[in-house]
Structure formats: C-alpha cells, structure tokens
Design a protein around this ligand. Structure first.
Ligand SMILES: Cc1cc2nc3c(=O)[nH]c(=O)nc-3n(C[C@H](O)[C@H](O)[C@H](O)COP(=O)(O)OP(=O)(O)OC[C@H]3O[C@@H](n4cnc5c(N)ncnc54)[C@H](O)[C@@H]3O)c2cc1C
Ligand code: SF4
Length: 321
C-alpha cells in the first residue's frame, strides 16, 4: 500500500451542487463508502486532487418513495431487509453477501454498481505493477492476460448488479444535462478499462425497482466463504405458469468486464425446469460468459460454476413456485 496522495473532500448538499462541483474540478472522483476507491488510491491507482462525497446528499441516502433506492444507501441498510424491499429477496441476499460487515456498513449501492473492474495484474501495489511495466488498464501498454489483444478483460465483480438486472431495474443518472432514467443494463460496456457508460460529470443517483417483481434469487461462488468477491455470481428471476417456465431472466457477474443479462432465454420458456432444461440453461451460460485469467481461480472453473449456479438457483425457484 502507498501513502495516500493529498486530496480535498467536498461535501455537496444537493445533486445540483455535486454536478457543479464535478464541473468545477476536472479529474475529481465521486466518493461513497470508499471501500473500493480508497483501496485503489492506496495502491497508487489514480491521484485525484478532489473527491466529491455523495453521502452528504440527503436525497441519495433515501430508501423510497416509490421503490426508489438512493445511490448512497448502504449495503447494510439493504441487507437488513427493510419492509420496502420485502418483494426483492435477491437484492437483499446480494447485499448481504458483499464483503464483511464493516464493508457493508460503509459501502453503498452506487459504489457497488460503479465498482472498478478487477484483475490480479491490476489490484496490486504500485511497486508490483511497476515491475511488470504496468498494464493496458492503467499506465501500461500491454494486457498481461491477453498480450496479443488491445482490450482489458478485468472482471466486474459487484454483487448487486446481477440482482437488479434480473429484476429489470432502472437507474437514475445525474449530470450536467439534469436527471435521466434508463434501464440499468445501459450503464455497462464490455471493456474492463472503461466499463461504465457515464459521461463527464455524471453519476448514479439511484435505482428504481419495478412493481410486481418475479420471484428471484442470487448465488455466488467465492474463494473465502466469509468475505470475498464473486468468482461468478448469478441472479435468476423466474415466473412459472402451470408448472412451466413462463418468464426467465438470468444475470451474471464476475465473469466478464460487465454484469450482463443472458440473451436467448426465451428458448427456455414453455417447459418445466428438469435436468434437460438445466443442461440447456448451463450451455447458454457457458456460451456467453467469457472469464479470463484475471483471478487466481481458473477461468474454466468460473465458466462452469456460473453454469452450475444458474441451474441450481433456477431449480430452487421452480421448486418454490
Ligand atoms: C476485502 C474486500 C472485500 C470485498 N468484497 C466484495 C464482495 O464480495 N462483493 C462486492 O460487490 N464488492 C466487494 N468489495 C468491494 C466494495 O467493498 C463494495 O463493492 C462496495 O459496495 C463499494 O461501495 P462504496 O460505496 O464503498 O464505493 P466507493 O469505494 O466509494 O466507490 C467505488 C467506485 O464507484 C464510484 N462511485 C461511487 N458512488 C458512485 C455514484 N453514485 N455514481 C458514480 N460513481 C460512483 C467511485 O468513484 C469509485 O470509482 C470488497 C472490498 C474489499 C476491500
Ligand atoms: S485484463 Fe489485462 S489490461 Fe486488464 S487489468 Fe488485467 S492485465 Fe491489465
């Protein structure tokens, strides 16, 4: 760990003040719980002169009204299963599975959704990375994971995104052009070095959950059961009619540079969840995930465990229905 470079922390009192602060301070970074950002800064990844603390904005700390969750609501508040979230157990489970209690007390919804991507060649101290001439994602020219390519494959490893994608949640983006609402999936791009589609000065103000959510659940595989990022995390939302699958959304994290919704799930509608159905779902997952050598666990393990988790979670939901 490096000593932190000096920075100023601004505490805007409103969304408008945060937007103005970002416009006035080029290169400023948004700060929430700091459980990801400050670790990266201590690793010498970036040295912003100004941090804009979004937790000082009361509007962003609100749960509700109308199924809205402010970006600065903590993971512990979500994991505590407040009545407003009773119909969204996958989100509660995902929040409860993030890191340890101290991280959840500080870490926020917005920080989790905007988490930096991760790689064993990147989440290292400055001296370690300098010994490998850095890498494409920060200060270097080569990707050590795929040296012949020109793209970073660092994995998005946040737990909340798949649950929210499976629920078909929307996000609220604040920025110089005001507030806009879009599907959460529009936040992400498949590029480990630029995985967030946020314009200059834009930040996540919160998410909006849909009314009448489908039954859903979240599961993750991790190296240390008590506290760890997902090697693969899968959220499934599944609706049944007369014993057959009538609606299915599957979202994944930890395997790609972005969390994403599995495509082609409509081919799995109209039949019950049995062993053959689980095999078909598993094959669909294995085709679309693209884990690379960015974790100590083997990429092929992450591919297979993602498929196994998807089948297991879907079977549990079907059985409960
Ligand atoms: C030991 C350890 C274990 C961890 N395990 C997990 C895990 O299992 N699962 C997991 O998901 N995470 C894990 N984390 C990462 C982190 O603790 C959580 O993801 C947490 O939710 C991050 O939220 P934060 O508020 O602390 O984000 P911050 O660190 O404050 O910010 C993270 C990033 O998001 C940006 N940002 C923050 N808020 C916004 C916003 N509203 N709009 C735009 N950009 C924003 C920041 O600029 C920064 O780039 C772990 C971290 C550690 C240190
Ligand atoms: S995938 Fe490649 S470019 Fe991206 S962080 Fe890892 S080594 Fe660097």
């Amino acid at each position: 760990m490096e000593p932190l470079a000096p920075f100023r922390v601004l505490a805007p009192a409103s969304i408008a003040e945060a937007v103005a602060a970002a416009a006035a301070h080029q290169g400023a970074r948004f700060l929430a719980g700091g459980t990801d950002l400050l670790v990266n800064l201590r690793h010498g990844i970036g040295a912003p002169g100004v941090l804009i603390d979004l937790r000082s904005i009361p509007e962003l700390r609100r749960l509700g009204p109308d199924r809205g969750i402010g970006a600065a609501v903590t993971l512990a508040e979500i994991a505590a299963a407040p009545p407003m979230l009773a119909a969204y157990p996958a989100l509660i489970a995902a929040a409860a599975s993030v890191a340890g209690p101290a991280h959840r007390a500080a870490g926020t919804l917005g920080g989790n959704l905007c988490l930096d991507t991760r790689c064993i060649f990147y989440n290292r101290g400055e001296w370690w990375r300098s010994a490998t001439a850095f890498c494409l994602k920060h200060r270097g020219e080569t990707c050590h994971v795929a040296p012949t390519g020109h793209r970073c494959h660092a994995a998005f490893s946040g737990d909340l995104a798949p649950a929210l994608l499976a629920y078909d949640a929307e996000m609220r983006i604040a920025g110089p052009d005001g507030l806009r609402t879009e599907p959460l999936s529009a936040l992400y791009a498949e590029d480990g070095a630029a995985h967030l589609r946020l314009g200059p000065g834009e930040f996540l103000a919160g998410v909006i959950l849909p009314p009448d959510p489908w039954p859903a659940a979240y599961a993750k595989a991790r190296t240390r059961g008590a506290i760890d990022f997902p090697l693969a995390g899968v959220a499934v939302a599944l609706r049944t009619e007369a014993g057959s699958v009538a609606g299915l959304r599957v979202a994944l994290t930890g395997t790609n540079a972005r969390p994403f919704l599995l495509a082609g799930t409509e081919a799995l509608l109209g039949t019950p969840v049995d062993a053959a159905w689980r095999d078909r779902l598993g094959r669909l997952v294995q085709k679309q995930v693209s884990p690379m050598r960015t974790t100590l666990a083997a990429a092929h393990y992450r591919r297979r465990v993602a498929a196994a988790l998807a089948g297991r979670v879907a079977a549990q939901l079907a059985e409960a229905a």
